[in-house]
Design a protein around this ligand. Sequence first.
Ligand SMILES: NC(=O)c1ccc[n+]([C@@H]2O[C@H](COP(=O)([O-])OP(=O)(O)OC[C@H]3O[C@@H](n4cnc5c(N)ncnc54)[C@H](O)[C@@H]3O)[C@@H](O)[C@H]2O)c1
Length: 326
Amino acid sequence: MSKKTLITGGCGFIGSHIVEFFHSQNHDIKVLDKYNHSNSLGWLDNYKFRNDIEFCMGDIRDYDFVKSSANNSRNIIHLAALIGIPYSYISPLAYLKTNIEGTYNILQASKNLTYINDIIVTSTSEVYGSGKIFPMTEDHSLNAQSPYSATKISADSISLSFYRSYDLPITILRPFNNYGPRQSNRAIIPTIISQFFNENKYIEVGNINTTRDFTYVSDTVSAFFKILGKKKYGEIFNVSSGFDISIEEVIKKVSKIVRIEKKIKKIKNRIRPSKSEVTRLLGDSKKFIKLTKWSPKINFDDGLTKTIDWIKSSKINLKNSSRYIV
Ligand SMILES: NC(=O)c1ccc[n+]([C@@H]2O[C@H](COP(=O)([O-])OP(=O)(O)OC[C@H]3O[C@@H](n4cnc5c(N)ncnc54)[C@H](O)[C@@H]3O)[C@@H](O)[C@H]2O)c1
């Protein structure tokens, strides 16, 4: 039996785009994601080639399940995680278990699989906390400003320790904020867009002065594709567009594209606790670009338009814009 590329979290936002692209590049794919009683495959439910894919539905926190799922994998792309920062304030233990223990399970399960070429662990720019030196390189200090960030720092750290202790072929990709079709309505860009189409007079947001460095999801997918086979084990690579924009500016851009004007209303429960607020993220991906010749292909205005088109044409409930911003 040929060896497969295992994609954990493959039914989610970034994961489902990775699955589709890797399938188009002739990867034999296995997806590990969370079992649910309706047997939904998330964003892969309606995927044309889903019968080509082996689905392992269970729980990343379950070591025995992860061990059997990891068997026969040539590459592992580990994305499965709890990602919402606001919910990490409410349920930090769930984040610890899923993000740290889940990553440990993947690493531990891989230890005896001598045929694995690449284990790509997905980090996040949130591990840096508010940027201090711009643009932020991989050497930037780490600062756990939320339980989510703390669990991702821990997952990165345990991954590096497994590389150093057991020589596992682990590379860490550190994407900055992503956006695009299929992203949860809890994330900042879908939250803003969908509020332009609901009946409310206002766009309800938290802090509008913070800035983020946004990458369109297909560009992130190509970064995951390009890192395979590079054998840069034990290393961390930022994946970012290299420009940042404030949330206020994002709202203005969306308003211009959809040709709807609404007032901005700051809502208390959307604002992070002050010491937890990450004020600015602007990434430096030179290290990754030098290695892979990767570059982001979708500029922000085009990416926003594509995301708006998708939100308009998809059947997500626009009235039910989330109360939370990721
Ligand atoms: N979206 C972003 O802007 C962004 C930025 C940087 C890093 N990341 C990282 O990228 C990865 C994917 O994020 P995403 O935005 O696609 O999120 P997502 O929530 O859409 O996908 C996460 C997937 O993990 C699965 N999952 C969660 N708990 C699980 C469990 N207990 N067992 C098995 N599967 C489980 C979910 O079902 C989901 O399919 C995460 O590791 C996240 O930290 C995301």
